[in-house]
Design a protein around this ligand. Structure first.
Ligand SMILES: O=c1ccn([C@@H]2O[C@H](COP(=O)(O)O)[C@@H](O)[C@H]2O)c(=O)[nH]1
Length: 224
């Protein structure tokens, strides 16, 4: 079985992205490319990283009116990522149209509550300050819209899976015990996140900022 670890290759530097991907490729299950990389290198860059041979998770977190999101998803057929993200807050119609426009075989998953937010952040944007309730609400919406799964933190993944036993659960905000949190607020260790029901773990800086990224990836994999 392949590793549940997807490494977030968050850099606008193509040469560094390729180097990081090559260094970790034997210890992880996939590579995640996000806004930082896509804004700098677009689909041509995604194809260069995909050539390494691991599944690509394209984390664009699309959030717009349904027609715009569906057109953007349609335009991604040239790279056909294994996983693609939209924001659940875009609503049911947006998620339905995104899934309908996606290439066959691409899992479309919805971001519920960003792992960089806590209850008081939700309050500050006019949402009831309860991250669990908001994740549950948006998980049910994504399920009913026909998506493949959701993104949430390890704190909510067990409750989300209860609502959607066959869903695909992506968990970022993953830190080895005692690791630097950076801007993440809802975090969990890799082992705990898997035990709680994560399908895959997204791990960036604990690997990419380590002095020896392959050793860091190996060490995390050994805890699973
Ligand atoms: O809620 C979310 C959704 C996506 N992410 C992304 O995951 C990685 C995490 O990187 P770390 O360096 O391990 O913190 C990053 O690419 C985010 O864009 C998230 O963190 N939380």
């Amino acid at each position: 079985m392949s590793s549940p670890i997807y490494v977030a290759i968050d850099t606008p530097d193509l040469a560094r992205a390729k180097l990081l991907a090559a260094r970790v490729r034997n210890h992880v299950g996939g590579l995640k490319l996000g806004l930082e990389f896509f804004a700098a290198h677009g689909q041509a860059g995604v194809r260069e990283i995909a050539a390494i041979g691991l599944p690509i998770f394209l984390d664009l977190k699309l959030h717009d009116i349904p027609n715009t999101v569906a057109s953007a998803v349609q335009a991604l057929h040239g790279v056909a990522p294994a996983i693609l993200t939209v924001h659940a807050a875009g609503g049911r119609a947006m998620m339905e149209d995104a899934k309908a426009a996606a290439p066959l075989g691409t899992k479309v998953v919805a971001v519920t509550v960003l792992t960089s937010l806590d209850a008081s952040d939700l309050g500050s944007i006019g949402v009831a300050p309860d991250t669990h309730a908001q994740v549950e609400r948006l998980t049910a919406l994504a399920r009913d819209a026909g998506l493949d799964g959701v993104v949430c933190s390890g704190n909510e993944v067990a409750a989300a899976r209860k609502l959607w036993p066959k869903g695909f659960f992506v968990v970022p905000g993953v830190r080895p015990a005692g690791g630097d949190l950076g801007d993440q607020k809802r975090v969990m260790t890799p082992r705990q996140a898997l035990d709680n029901g994560a399908s895959i773990l997204v791990i960036g800086r604990p690997i990419t900022k380590a002095e020896d990224p392959d050793a860091a990836a190996r060490a995390i994999a050994a805890t699973l």
